[in-house]
Structures are given as structure tokens and as C-alpha cells.
Design a protein around this ligand. Sequence first.
Ligand code: NI
Length: 173
Amino acid sequence: MVLEILTFPSEVLRRKAAMIDSPTDKLNALIENMKETLYAANGFGLAAPQVGESIRLIVYDETAGREGQNPKIIINPEIVEESGEQIVEEGCLSIPGEYVPVKRYLRVLVKALDENFDPVIINAEGHTARIMQHEIDHLNGVLFIDRLPSFRRDTIKKHIKRRIANGEYKTAQ
Ligand code: NI
């Protein structure tokens, strides 16, 4: 089932998401629905808070399904090492239609659990490292606009307000 993706300024997107203790049928169902939702939206990554579940779960696919669907699941991820720098244009399914350059680490080492609750270590660089940082930010209530200089952030917020007033921006709470 394709889920509704909540958009800025939804309050759920600002909450710090809870750790996941154990596998459950409910969690597995959510994972399946998030995979469907990710591909339906042509996204690279989707964090559970974006579909209204404030838990530490991420589904991602570096190709957004363009080279065949290869969804990956990470649970309770944590960045344990980071280095380098990249500045690349970034967007977010929860802030549709806004794309701006965001400064990120070039490499991150992420510790997490996979779908089976087995520990995994992901040594990510470039595009994948960007997905990791963007999605883990979601678990901490942080959006990419928070990573911008304040004048840029204000410009985007004003632009979104104008789009909302014109009915051009979908506000899903
Ligand atoms: Ni996002």
C-alpha cells in the first residue's frame, strides 16, 4: 500500500524518532508499505517519520529503482565516522519542488540493523553518504533546509508559503 508522505511543516517531521526494539508483524507491514511508497514517489530514501511513524527506520535505494528495484532497510542507524565534504543539490519528498545545494560529509560510516535485525556496517561515499545523512537527519527531526545558511532557509520558507497560498504545494500533515 502506498502511504501518504507528510510534508513540511508537519509536526511529526520535527520529532526525534524512537528506537525500534524488536521485529513485529506491524513493523514488517510498514517496511513493505514504505518500499512501495518510495518507488511510487521515485525517491532515493524514505524515513518512517515521513509517513507519520516516529520510529528509527529508513528505506533507501541509490538508483531510486531506475536500474531495477533494490530496496535496502536500515533500523536504528547511527553515524560513527564522517569525513570530507560535498556540496550537491538536494531535495526531499517532504518538501516537494524545492532543490538547493546542501553541504554534507563526503563519507560516513553507519552502524545499523538490517531487516532481520542483524547488525550491518555501511561504508558510504558520495551519493549514498548523502542519502544516509539526509535520512538519518529525518529520524532526528532535522530537514535539509535546516542545513542551509539562514538567508537561504528564509527564502525557501517564503517560497513555500507563496506556493501554499497559490495551491501549488501539497500540505499533508
Ligand atoms: Ni527527505
